[in-house]
Design a protein around this ligand. Structure first.
Ligand code: SF4
Ligand code: SF4
Ligand code: SF4
Length: 266
C-alpha cells in the first residue's frame, strides 16, 4: 500500500511532499502550499531532489485535512517509498535557447505512464533538453537527453570549416584544399552546434533522444517519441520482473548483465 507521510527523526512528526508538473507549480498552488505549511507545519517549505515541495513537521492526525485541502487546490501529494519517482525536467524548448527537445512534455508523459508505480526499489528518471545536461541524467536510473545528429549535404558545402571550429569535441575535420568533410560519429556528442554554425545549409540536424540506464548509453539515438516511451515502458517492466527487493537498477544490470535487458528494449 502506498504511503504519503515521510517519518522525521523528531518523534511524532512527518514531512509531506507535493508533486510538481515537470518542475513547475502555478502561483496559486504555491499559495496553497504556503497556507498548508502555516496551518499544519512550522511555516517552512523544503525543495526535494525530485522537484517536489515538502512541508516538514506535520502530524499524522492532520493528514486527512491536508489531503482534502490539497485536492481542493489542485495539489497532488507524492507517494514515498520504492516507487517510480516524479520525473524531473529542465525547461528544454519551452524556454531555453539551447533546448533541442520539449523536456517538460516528455517528463509529464513518463510521469503519467509510470509515476508512483510500486517497484522492487525506486526508479529515478530525468529529462534534459540538450547535451549541456543540466539535469545530470546520467546520475539517474533512467535519463533522457535531447540530441542532434548532423547529416552532411555535400552539394551545399563550401568547406569553410565553421562547423569544425564550433565542435566542442573535435569530431569534424574539414580539408579545404582537398574538399573533404568528415565526422567521427563515435566522438560526436550530438549537441547540434555544427548545424547552427553552418550558413550554407550543408548540415541538417536530425533531432532525437539519447537514453541512459544507470549512466550507460548503450542504445543508439532514438528518433521518435513513441519509440522512446516504448523503450522506457519495457525497461520499467523488466526492472519490475527481474530486480530483487531493494535492488537498484545499476545493481540489477551488474548482476544480470546488460545483454538480455538490451534485447528486451528493442
Ligand atoms: S539541459 Fe540544455 S535545454 Fe535543458 S536547461 Fe540546460 S541548457 Fe537548457
Ligand atoms: S560550416 Fe557548412 S559549409 Fe562550412 S564546412 Fe561545415 S558543412 Fe561545409
Ligand atoms: S553535433 Fe556537436 S559534437 Fe557532433 S559534430 Fe556537431 S558540433 Fe560536434
Amino acid at each position: 500500500m502506498k504511503t504519503f507521510l515521510a517519518r522525521q527523526r523528531q518523534d511524532g512528526f512527518f514531512a509531506i511532499r507535493f508533486k510538481s508538473s515537470a518542475g513547475q507549480f502555478t502561483a496559486a498552488q504555491l499559495l496553497a502550499i504556503h497556507e498548508l505549511s502555516e496551518t499544519f507545519g512550522k511555516g517552512v517549505i523544503n525543495l526535494t531532489s525530485r522537484q517536489e515541495l515538502s512541508i516538514p513537521f506535520v502530524r499524522q492526525e492532520d493528514f486527512d485535512a491536508i489531503k482534502e485541502f490539497s485536492t481542493a487546490h489542485g495539489l497532488e501529494i507524492s507517494p514515498i517509498g520504492t516507487i517510480f519517482k516524479q520525473v524531473t525536467s529542465c525547461q528544454g524548448t519551452q524556454s531555453c535557447p539551447a533546448g533541442i527537445i520539449n523536456s517538460p512534455s516528455i517528463a509529464r508523459e513518463l510521469d503519467r505512464r509510470h509515476g508512483g508505480r510500486e517497484l522492487p526499489n525506486k526508479i529515478t528518471c530525468s529529462v534534459t533538453g540538450c547535451p549541456n545536461n543540466c539535469m545530470k541524467v546520467d546520475a539517474n536510473d533512467i535519463g533522457i537527453k535531447g540530441a542532434v545528429e548532423p547529416q552532411f549535404i555535400v552539394a551545399n558545402c563550401i568547406y569553410c570549416g565553421a562547423c569544425a571550429r564550433v565542435c566542442p569535441v573535435g569530431a569534424i575535420a574539414v580539408d579545404r584544399k582537398e574538399k573533404v568533410w568528415t565526422i567521427d560519429r563515435l566522438k560526436c556528442i550530438n549537441c547540434g552546434r555544427c548545424v547552427k554554425a553552418c550558413r550554407k545549409s550543408a548540415l541538417r540536424g536530425e533531432v532525437g533522444y539519447k537514453i541512459y540506464f544507470a549512466g550507460n548509453d548503450f542504445l543508439p539515438m532514438i528518433r521518435d517519441e513513441q519509440t522512446l516511451y516504448k523503450i522506457v515502458d519495457a525497461a520499467v517492466k523488466y526492472f519490475a520482473e527481474h530486480a530483487k527487493t531493494r535492488e537498484r537498477l545499476s545493481k540489477m544490470l551488474a548482476r544480470l548483465g546488460v545483454e538480455d535487458f538490451k534485447e528486451q528494449l528493442q
